[in-house]
Design a protein around this ligand. Structure first.
Ligand code: ZN
Length: 280
């Protein structure tokens, strides 16, 4: 997901989700309390996950922003003319979308004809799958785990949430800069504080936050695999394959935005066991 998931949308994962989710709750709490009036109405509950989310923009607005990126992507990347492959991807997609209760929505699924071991979803229900990742998968269940993960980003409203966090982060940086500029003592350290603010924003808030999204998308993906009749045990197996491939010469592109495959595999196994979907 060089472009794609990283554009505005989603990607990346690893750390303990608890910390990240509670951090977000803190942000919601702070926002509702004081900081900036426009932020006040930002928190809502996601019906799919039951999780409180901080959203300053709707999915529709995000979709508009992403639409030119999607068009550009399709112009620049060759699409597969292998009808067996596109049939396979669309067939798995239809089942997963059904399992996620999203089949009635308008979706556009493109199969790109490159070696990239990658897939992504963009706001506006645009799904991109590269030939490379379809060749890595050993069966349709593993492909379903990739596509289920991508749907999970949509139902989790990750694009709008991430974008909202970025806006809030900018507001916080500006607020911090104003505070520094008004304090004589702090003024001479202004640059250092400003730099620290940027680093803290990137590593303290945004990065772990997107990791939490990855974990959430993984779990939602497994839920959808289960409700679509796919073998959920193949989801952690796919991450095992990713891990094996990443130890080779060329690590899959999917890994740059979805690191730590072994940890994801074990998190997924715990989840599958805990949900009683299977014993893995
Ligand atoms: Zn992802």
């Amino acid at each position: 997901m060089k472009l794609s998931d990283e554009i505005i949308p989603n990607e990346v994962m690893t750390t303990a989700p608890r910390v990240n989710l509670s951090r977000r709750e803190i942000i919601c709490g702070l926002a509702a309390g004081t900081v900036v009036p426009i932020v006040t109405s930002g928190c809502s509950t996601n019906p799919e996950t039951g999780r409180s989310q901080f959203l300053l923009v709707g999915e529709g607005q995000i979709a508009q922003m992403a639409s030119s990126a999607w068009t550009e992507m399709k112009q620049q990347t060759p699409q597969s003319s292998n009808s067996a492959l596109t049939r396979r991807v669309n067939g798995v997609w239809d089942r997963i979308a059904q399992g996620a209760g999203k089949a009635s929505e308008q979706w556009e699924v493109a199969v790109f004809d490159t070696e990239d071991v990658n897939a992504f979803v963009m706001p506006g229900n645009k799904v991109g799958v590269y030939r490379g990742i379809t060749e890595l998968t050993e069966n349709d269940d593993q492909l379903a785990s990739v596509l289920g993960h991508e749907v999970g980003h949509v139902t989790g409203r990750h694009a709008a949430e991430r974008y909202s966090m970025q806006i809030a982060g900018q507001i916080a940086l500006v607020a911090g800069a104003v505070a520094v500029s008004q304090s004589e003592t702090l003024k001479k350290y202004g640059n250092e504080i400003g730099a620290l603010g940027g680093v803290a924003l990137q590593f303290g808030v945004l990065l772990p936050y997107s990791r939490a999204h990855e974990l959430e998308a993984d779990k939602l993906g497994v839920d959808y695999m289960n409700s679509s009749g796919f073998k959920v045990a193949e989801a952690p197996r796919l991450w095992d394959l990713m891990a094996a491939k990443s130890s080779g010469q060329r690590s899959p592109e999917f890994m740059s935005t979805h690191p730590d495959p072994q940890r994801r595999a074990s998190e997924l196994r715990s989840y599958i066991n805990a949900m009683g979907y299977d014993i893995v």
